[in-house]
Design a protein around this ligand. Structure first.
Ligand SMILES: Cc1ncc(COP(=O)(O)O)c(C=O)c1O
Length: 425
């Protein structure tokens, strides 16, 4: 049967000609300063020629956090971000480095260290790097390494609601006796060993988070997928036992499936490596090399100009920061027009990377329907917008999560529909 969601979500790539038009139109927008973007909040950014398939019936699927808005930046990078891998290269299971993680490519290791140094978002001294097939694999590797194999009961894995909707199923789908999903960390009151996953900034609501359970016998896993300057002010280098990062949200290359963990304890890191060895005998070398190249480009574009100019420049974070700022301004205006939703209010904070106070601009909008008992996801669905219900994140159906990372034309349509919702009810 024809599946419209799949069709909408994975629509065809634009042609090169379309792309040329796209980039020249966007160049103008990118030159607008931050304030200008907030003062003039257009309902549509894409020019008529860019608006492919803009029919009333088109369903926009913003359920998944697919980070394809970054295509614009990477297309502009052209050859600088194009990698050719000769047939003889990276054939072995092994990597040439001396790392505890025997399948970590030295180029990737070097670029991970460099990017954290440039951005200042994580302490890397005295840390082991473990590479994974996305941070999804590293979440499971961490739970395996942190749980107690000799315990008679599975270790409870908890996270404060609203929590990332995949954690419960990740914990329980294999029905392992090592760990199990223990629910909302804010309501956790059992004794004994537990693992708390702290997602900071949080997916779905965008707030910076700290552990909430804080009991003896507990271990903490920090999922820092969104701790990058295009989403949130960088307030201090993360200094945790385990911090997880992913190329999916850092550069937008979700398809490469590369994540990395910074791990303090050698034994924990070795267990994580063992898990990945048993699971996939390492991690794609091709993907590691490609990710190394993308991280290199990101660091280059920032280092060449100095951090105080990053926002206004054509650097990766300049691009991401401006686009997210503009999208959030437009969304807030549309939500105001609709008059029936609210969005979280974020305090601004000093960003040590951008050298100025900046706002939080999360990768997801956490919308709340102000009418009691309204199923917000169902309401959006009636207006052909697909989001993920708050129920999946341990909250009520009054909430819905919507991705802010889709292409411009889908985002434009989303804004238009949200603005009009009140008048159509
Ligand atoms: C908080 C969080 N952690 C982990 C992941 C998994 O990312 P990946 O497996 O693509 O690295 C995601 C993806 O959306 C996420 O939002």
């Amino acid at each position: 049967m024809f599946n419209f969601c799949t069709c909408v979500n994975f629509k065809q790539e634009p042609s090169d000609d379309e792309w040329q038009m796209d980039s020249s139109a966007k160049k103008k927008d990118l030159k607008k300063g931050l304030n200008e973007a907030c003062n003039h909040v257009p309902l549509a950014l894409a020019s008529p020629s860019e608006r492919r398939d803009y029919g009333e019936d088109r369903v926009i699927n913003l359920d998944v956090g697919d980070p394809i808005m970054y295509e614009t930046f990477w297309k502009k990078m052209g050859k600088k971000a194009t990698l050719v891998i000769p047939g003889w290269r990276s054939m072995s299971y092994y990597s040439k480095g001396q790392s505890l993680c025997w399948f970590l490519e030295p180029d990737l290791c070097e670029q991970i260290l460099r990017l954290h140094r440039v951005v200042g978002n994580a302490v890397t001294e005295g840390r082991y790097i473990v590479v994974g097939t996305g941070s999804s694999q590293l979440i499971l590797a961490s739970l395996y390494a942190l749980s107690s194999p000799d315990s008679s009961e599975p270790t409870n894995v908890v996270s404060a609601a609203p929590y990332y909707s995949s954690y419960p199923s990740m914990c329980d789908y294999l029905k392992t006796s090592l760990f199990k999903w223990g629910g909302n960390a804010s309501k956790y009151d059992s004794d004994g060993a537990y693992i708390e996953i702290v997602t900071s900034p949080c997916n779905p609501d965008g707030f910076l988070r700290e552990p909430v359970v804080n009991r003896i016998g507990g271990k903490v896993l920090h999922d820092l997928a969104y701790y990058w300057p295009h989403y949130t002010p960088i307030t201090a280098p993360a200094d945790n036992d385990i911090s997880l990062f992913t190329a999916s949200k850092c550069t937008g290359h979700a398809g490469s499936r590369i994540g990395w963990a910074l791990v303090k304890d050698a034994e924990v890191a070795m267990k994580m490596v063992k898990f990945i060895e048993l699971n996939t005998i390492g991690v794609s070398k091709d993907s590691q090399l490609r990710t190394a190249m993308m991280l290199n480009v990101v660091s280059d574009t920032c280092e060449q100009i100095g951090s105080s100019l990053v926002i206004r420049s054509e650097s990766f974070y300049g691009f991401g920061h401006r686009l997210m700022t503009e999208r959030w301004c437009r969304l807030r205006q549309a939500v105001k027009n609709a008059g029936m939703f609210t969005l979280p209010d974020f305090p601004s904070a000093y960003c040590t990377f951008l050298n100025q106070r900046t706002q939080t601009r999360p990768a997801f909008a956490w919308l709340k329907c102000e009418k009691n008992d309204e199923d917000c996801a169902a309401l959006l669905r009636r207006h052909k917008i697909i989001g993920r219900s708050g129920v999946s994140f341990g909250c009520s159906e009054q909430f819905v999560r919507v991705s802010m990372m889709d292409r411009d034309d889908n985002f434009d349509l989303f804004i238009q529909r949200i603005s009009k919702i009140a008048s159509e009810i």
